[in-house]
Design a protein around this ligand. Structure first.
Ligand code: CMC
Length: 431
């Protein structure tokens, strides 16, 4: 952000305030209202933060109109095509493309931390078998702070980096263990000969009784899913991580907070909700009924996997994901199952329907990721944990950036109070 001498004038009642304006390197200018309350005695009102920049950041840029997503200035299309998730993690965390030596060192470092403390197995076993893996992840990730005391001092940059590496390294192991536990299979330890995505697939799908060979097409598709979900600027879960971190909470607790927020169906939970919706629709002839419900103002039903707060043209992640979906479905020989037919037809209808065109509701990343993950053999309950796994690097990078900001202070929004003003308490026997 560069300081510009421009100001915005705000006039209300008998007051006139001059508010500083800043121009970002890309995106709309911002009006600095930090002194608004002190100087004008008023708050701003912006539920859902639709017009609020909550921080300054140099990590991820989204142009919703153009359908552009950049990590540290590198486009998601190029990264999905030419890079890989571990390199993307490096780019996000450290801001620049790594040299070969830097990448190897970073990759080796991540690999060395893939195992979790063996005692953590007891934690998993404490959950009911039918627990949702996101519930397990919220608990287990929060509990990391009880196991890794040497990386919870947030005032020490080395500990912060150590915690970041640990989080990125251990989250696939935790997600895979949550899955294995839910299907009653033994936990599979990581195999550090494998790359990040292959290792995750093996930890999910290998069993001790049989040899498991990772299919490179599946590994590539998995890596792409991780890459496409790695960060997405100040979305709900990232803002949650920042808000939790702003109080000085330890990194593992902050990531657990992010996981909890991601779980909701309007956010990361949409991939699960989307596939369940496609299955509920069941056959192509039932699509009009569901489209009509989505348009009905009196019906809370929404077409899951459609629409986005920021992307109002197309979701660039969805474009890449669609290509991957085609490859995976061909490999798995399921180009024409009923759910897929429903998905394809629904996509076509929604793209042509005036309601969806007018409201700029396009298929988002979750529309296609659910289809790929289903084809790979993941149950729907694992879709959101995989999103959480991928987004961990984004959360931890944003958390680090926040703590490195000298102007950082505890996040504390205000409110437009509409409740009762002070009134006397009435004793129970007098009511
Ligand atoms: N189906 C039907 N109508 C919709 C949908 C939908 N999926 N999404 C938005 N609308 C309508 C909504 O009813 C509203 O209509 P009106 O103007 O008549 O009141 C209008 O479009 C604007 O909706 P909004 O709720 O004000 O938009 P938002 O920016 O607050 O919500 C959203 C964005 C993603 C929460 C929403 O589009 C949605 O609920 N989509 C389905 C869930 C989903 O797929 N979420 C994944 C997002 S991508 C992954 C991620 O980054 O988390």
């Amino acid at each position: 952000m560069t300081d510009a001498p421009r100001t915005a004038k705000l006039t209300f009642d008998d007051k006139e305030l001059e508010l500083p304006m800043y121009s970002p390197t890309a995106g709309p200018d911002v009006i600095d209202i930090t002194k608004l309350y002190a100087q004008g005695g008023v708050f701003t009102y912006d539920p859902g933060f639709t017009s609020t920049a909550s921080c300054d950041s140099a990590i991820t840029y989204i142009d919703g109109g153009k359908g552009e997503l950049l990590y540290r200035g590198y486009s998601i299309d190029e990264l999905a095509e030419s890079s890989n998730y571990i390199e993307v993690c490096y780019i996000l965390l450290f801001g620049e493309l790594p040299t070969k030596a830097q990448l190897k060192k970073f990759s080796d470092r991540i690999t060395k931390h893939t195992m979790v403390h063996d005692q953590m197995q007891q934690m998993f076993r404490g959950f009911r078998r039918d627990a949702h893996p996101m519930a397990i992840m919220c608990g287990v990730v929060g509990a990391l702070s009880a196991f890794y005391h040497d990386s919870t001092d947030i005032s020490d940059p080395e500990q912060r980096e150590h915690a970041s590496v640990r989080m990125i390294a251990k989250i696939p192991t935790i997600a895979a263990m949550a899955y294995k536990y839910s299907v009653g299979q033994p936990f599979v330890y990581p195999d550090n000969k494998l790359d990040y995505a292959s290792n995750f697939l093996r930890m999910c799908f290998a069993v001790p009784a049989e040899e498991y060979v990772v299919d490179p097409i599946l590994a590539k598709a998995m890596d792409r899913i991780f890459t496409l979900h790695a960060d997405h600027e100040q979305n709900a879960s990232t803002s949650t991580v920042r808000l939790a971190g702003s109080s000085g909470a330890n990194p593992f607790a902050c990531i657990a907070a992010g996981i909890a927020c991601l779980w909701g169906p309007a956010h990361g939970g949409a991939n699960q909700a989307c596939l369940e919706m496609l299955r509920e629709i069941g056959t192509v002839d039932r699509i009009p009924e569901f489209v009509a419900r989505a348009k009905d103002k009196n019906d809370p039903f929404r077409l899951m996997g459609f629409g986005h707060r920021v992307y109002k043209n197309f979701d660039p992640r969805a474009k890449v994901m669609k290509e991957s979906a085609d490859e995976v479905l061909e490999l798995m020989g399921i180009e024409n199952n009923e759910t897929l037919k429903v998905a394809k037809e629904l996509e076509k209808i929604a793209l042509e329907d005036p309601y969806f065109k007018e409201k700029k509701l396009y298929p988002n990343v979750d529309f296609y990721s659910g289809i790929i993950l289903d084809a790979m053999g993941f149950p729907t309950s694992m879709f959101t944990p995989i999103f959480a796994l991928s987004r961990t690097v984004g959360w931890i990078t944003q958390w680090q950036e926040m703590l490195n900001d000298p102007s950082q202070k505890i996040g504390r929004p205000r409110q437009l109070y509409k409740g009762a003003t002070q009134r006397p308490y009435v004793e129970l026997d007098k009511r």
